[in-house]
Design a protein around this ligand. Structure first.
Ligand code: SF4
Ligand code: SF4
Length: 185
């Protein structure tokens, strides 16, 4: 059965003399390097960044560390529906749902919430499927980088690292489509 239309027919034809001496391929490669060098000089953009002191500018839609959003009243948006976990191709998301009590109305937006919500950052491939699957606009990827750690357990990010701080909101509007912006109340 044919799985894709992208299969490439491999040719067994004899190499030409130019191919055998490799020089054209070497000059072609050097041409690409030279083109980038000239472009760097003309644009004035640094070819090397002194990371981590100086960070390379990232695109607005960069997919970095996730954030679990709060609504405008500060309540957690996530209702522990599990759709993000189902959509995740890396099986990186796990959660435990709990029922909201009467005195927790200010904390959680809906009657069910995620008591535990964890993302394994070593498994995550930052594809953004969780963001797309979420019906509550609760999870977004951000332009933040995941911290370097020295043990595997530290890459399991829980709610303490994922839920945005009430006084330090994270702007994700550049990641939202117009439809999504209008849908978020
Ligand atoms: S970004 Fe992709 S891999 Fe990472 S948690 Fe979301 S769905 Fe899973
Ligand atoms: S983040 Fe969104 S999709 Fe995932 S459990 Fe919470 S509400 Fe559901």
């Amino acid at each position: 059965m044919k799985l894709t239309n992208r299969s490439k027919v491999v040719s067994n034809k004899e190499m030409t003399i130019a191919e055998k001496i490799y020089l054209p391929a070497i000059f072609k490669g050097m041409g690409i390097t030279f083109k980038h060098a000239v472009r760097t000089v003309i644009k004035g953009a640094p070819a090397v960044y002194s990371y981590p002191e100086v960070q390379k500018p990232r695109a607005k839609v960069w997919r970095g560390q996730h954030v679990l959003k709060r609504d405008e009243e500060g309540r957690e948006r996530c209702t522990a529906c599990g759709l993000c976990a189902v959509a995740c191709p890396a099986e990186a998301i796990t959660m435990t749902a709990a029922e909201r009590t009467k005195d927790q109305k200010d904390l959680y937006r809906e009657e069910k919430y995620a008591e535990i919500y964890e993302i394994n950052m070593l498994r995550c491939i930052f594809c953004g499927m969780c963001e797309e699957a979420c019906p509550k606009s609760a999870i977004y990827l951000t332009d933040r980088l995941v911290d370097v750690q020295t043990n595997r357990g530290s890459f399991i990010y829980g709610k303490d690292k994922l839920v945005e701080k009430i006084n330090e909101r994270i702007d994700i509007t550049s990641r939202q489509s117009e439809k999504q912006k209008n849908a978020v109340k």
